[in-house]
Write a protein that binds this ligand. Structure first.
Ligand SMILES: Nc1ncnc2c1ncn2[C@@H]1O[C@H](COP(=O)(O)OP(=O)(O)O)[C@@H](O)[C@H]1O
Ligand SMILES: [Mg+2]
Length: 247
């Protein structure tokens, strides 16, 4: 198995009296789709904020490609191939779908998008089923399509790490199938390390090769979808005591 590309160790975050993360350790490897699940308030988004550099942890380190990046800015991380999407969407509503992708590129690279980048953007829009929407204003899209645009923007140039915060929320079954296909292909063909927070457990179990369960700021369990689903502590804390075992 390849070495972790993104490796958080012993991450602690406090918000006043709330101890949101308590010694969380988590590693994601290139080419894998790792799921991060847990009840509301477990600390999933806070961990994403730490991984993407939007919040400095009170303790612990984040390593990227073997180097300590705990104190690196979100911009530095983005320039070095780390991308995230947000639980509450953060599209540029006044811009077209296509321009949302171009802006992402320009901001990261500091140059006007060249022909190669326009080609990449067109291919990504196609993969995401957004060909017909390139000229539409992002602000007017239904939530499922907006989620696809957020993913497309994160892929505007090939990411090395992709942090997706609830990408499937508000999507239809068809949109979820496409979302899953694009995420899987990005991991497998571009060797990207994907970490995915999602409440839709079926979506996570289908897409992820490994799942980490957070509860009350700690890693409660970690393993294959099958192992995690069978774990009594997970069933108790999250899946509900009456959850079906398989299928
Ligand atoms: N900016 C903040 N200020 C104070 N408390 C926060 C803040 N962000 C998150 N929290 C608290 O930290 C805990 C983890 O929240 P969060 O990371 O959003 O969980 P999740 O994404 O798993 O639902 C919760 O108790 C939440 O209320
Ligand atoms: Mg959250």
């Amino acid at each position: 198995m390849s070495a972790p590309l993104l490796h958080a160790s012993g991450i602690d975050v406090r918000f006043g009296g709330v101890h949101a993360l308590r010694g969380v350790t988590l590693a994601v490897r290139p080419g894998e789709v790792c799921g991060l699940i847990g009840p509301n308030g477990a600390g999933k988004t806070t961990l994403f904020d730490v991984l993407s550099g939007m919040r400095r942890p009170d303790a612990g380190t984040v390593a990227y490609d073997g180097a300590d990046i705990t104190r690196r800015s979100p911009v530095w991380r983005a320039r070095h191939g780390m991308r995230r999407t947000f639980q509450r969407q953060q599209l540029f509503g006044q811009l077209t779908v296509a321009d949302n992708l171009v802006v992402a590129r320009d901001w990261r690279g500091g140059t006007r998008a060249g022909a190669r980048h326009r080609e990449r953007a067109a291919a990504v829009l196609h993969d995401c089923g957004l060909d017909a929407l390139g000229g539409a204003y992002a602000g007017g899209l239904p939530v499922g399509q907006a989620r696809m645009v957020e993913l497309a923007r994160a892929l505007a140039d090939p990411p090395r790490v992709l942090l997706l915060d609830e990408p499937a929320s508000g999507t239809t079954a068809d949109e979820r199938r496409r979302l899953a296909a694009v995420i899987r292909r990005t991991a497998e063909e571009e060797d990207c390390a994907v970490l995915l927070v999602e409440h839709n457990v079926a979506f996570v179990m289908e897409l992820c090769s490994r799942v980490v369960v957070l509860d009350l700021g700690r890693v409660l369990a970690e393993g294959t979808p099958r192992e995690v689903r069978a774990d009594p502590a997970v069933r108790e804390a999250y899946l509900g005591a009456g959850a079906p075992r398989e299928g």
